[in-house]
Design a protein around this ligand. Structure first.
Ligand code: NAD
Ligand code: AHE
Ligand code: ZN
Length: 375
């Protein structure tokens, strides 16, 4: 079939909206009509050329929601008409990782996914002249239709709005999951969140759900503070306006009883390795846990004095908030529909596929939280 897609032809260039060829689903695969997709900073990261796994031409996008149109041979858990959220972290429930019970990082199809290919080593997308187009993160939601492995689709209830639940495909689950699954934040904890964008706000929302006490937001852009306050931020630090960011955060957490200070939990949602260091070092001596969510450019490395770890701080990371997609994503959709989590105010802009590049411009200008493209 033919479908319309925003194609990343070259690193650093705007996407080009065009008609492309899409082959139907093979065994174990599913054809999905994408109804809406968010634009995550990771799409921008890959488009910029900073992603070591970036491939061109490709169809980016990994934060979508849609409807199953057709299933390939052997598909048993999905049928046409089902509403689904694509999963860049699949859940096969059979590989060593899934069965370990220790991680959400299913390894069943990770190798081919990283090469922009379907599990059989081929691509379903091509240009009208036949040039192959790579898949992205196994999802490619910047296309009106996509083909995905069955194990990379979460079946969700049919009454949830696509233009909101698409955000559960990455930002919402990553932010809230980082708090609940990865950090395991307890009631009364103190926390610092670096980067108050589409991910950081969801970390804040997760912290409020977990009953955190002091929630310190950190961002270079003052404009991000207003929305963060609505989601539960209690204190704000702009690193460009204080002499020492780590000290400013530590000071906020000091009490008469605890003159050492430092947060119980910190989260990096910027992708900047210097910020990651600050996030670790503002966590409490003896027990502070710092979670890296941000994705750093090719070649970047984190550093700190080993003494920071010797004295009890723990450095962790999380992908997709530690969520097991097929199991947990339908629950996030229920939480949204039951009013337990908020999504609507974070979707600050709605776009069509034809003006998808505006979404990247808004992100660069720091004007959006999430821009969502509706097909
Ligand atoms: P975003 O652009 O919406 O937000 C980033 C925020 O960080 C902005 O508000 C910006 O002003 C702020 N910021 C940038 N540099 C800063 C600095 N030096 N100090 C303080 N604040 C700073 O991006 P997003 O969609 O929220 O994504 C955030 C990061 O999370 C990206 O690196 C993205 O690739 C990554 N991410 C990771 C996962 C995962 O599973 N680990 C999932 C989604 C996104
Ligand atoms: N390809 C990059 C890493 C990108 C990355 O870390 N992706 C996160 C999800 S970001 C979603 O917005 C992730 O899930 N990583 C685990 C995985 O298996 O990809 C690189 O550095 O090579
Ligand atoms: Zn993302």
């Amino acid at each position: 079939m033919k479908t319309r897609a925003a194609v990343a032809l070259e690193a650093g260039k705007p996407l080009e909206v065009m008609e492309v060829n899409l082959e139907g689903p093979k065994a174990g695969e599913v054809l999905v009509e994408i109804k809406a997709t968010g634009i995550c900073h990771t799409d921008e990261f890959t488009l910029s050329g900073a992603d070591p796994e970036g491939l061109f031409p490709s169809i980016l996008g990994h934060e979508g929601a849609g409807v199953v149109l057709e299933v390939g041979e052997g598909v048993t858990t999905l049928k046409p008409g089902d509403h689904v959220i694509p999963l860049y972290t699949p859940e096969c429930r059979q590989c060593a990782s899934c069965l370990s019970g220790k991680t959400n990082l299913c390894t069943a199809i990770r190798n081919t996914q990283g090469q922009g290919l379907m599990p059989d080593g081929t691509t379903r997308f091509s240009m009208l002249d036949g040039t192959p187009i790579y898949h992205y993160m196994g999802c490619s939601t910047f296309a009106n239709h996509t083909v995905m492995p069955e194990i990379a689709l979460a079946k969700v209830r049919n009454d949830a709005p696509f233009d909101k639940i698409c955000y559960i495909g990455c930002g919402v689950t990553t932010g809230i999951g980082a708090v609940i699954n990865t950090a395991g934040v307890e009631i009364g904890s103190t926390a610092a969140v670096f980067g108050l964008g589409g991910i950081g706000l969801n970390v804040i929302q997760g912290l409020r759900m977990a009953g955190a006490d002091k929630i310190i937001g950190v961002d270079l852009n003052d404009a991000k503070a207003e929305m963060a306050k609505k989601f539960g931020m209690t204190h704000f630090v702009n690193p460009s306006k204080v002499e020492n960011t780590v000290q400013a955060i530590v000071d906020i957490t000091k009490t008469d009883f605890d003159q050492i200070g430092g947060v119980d939990y910190s989260f990096d949602a910027t992708g900047n390795v210097k910020v990651m260091r600050d996030a670790l070092e503002c966590s409490h001596r003896g027990w502070g846990v710092s979670v890296i969510i941000g994705v750093a450019p090719a070649g970047a490395e984190i550093s700190t004095r080993p003494f920071q770890l010797v004295t009890g701080r723990v450095w962790k990371g999380t992908a997709f908030g530690g969520a097991k997609g097929r199991t947990d994503v339908p629950k996030f959709v229920d939480w949204y529909m039951d009013g337990k989590i908020e999504i609507d105010p974070m979707i600050t802009h709605k776009l069509t596929l034809d003006n998808i590049n505006e979404g990247f411009e808004l992100m660069h200008a720091g004007k959006s939280i999430r821009a969502v493209v509706e097909y």
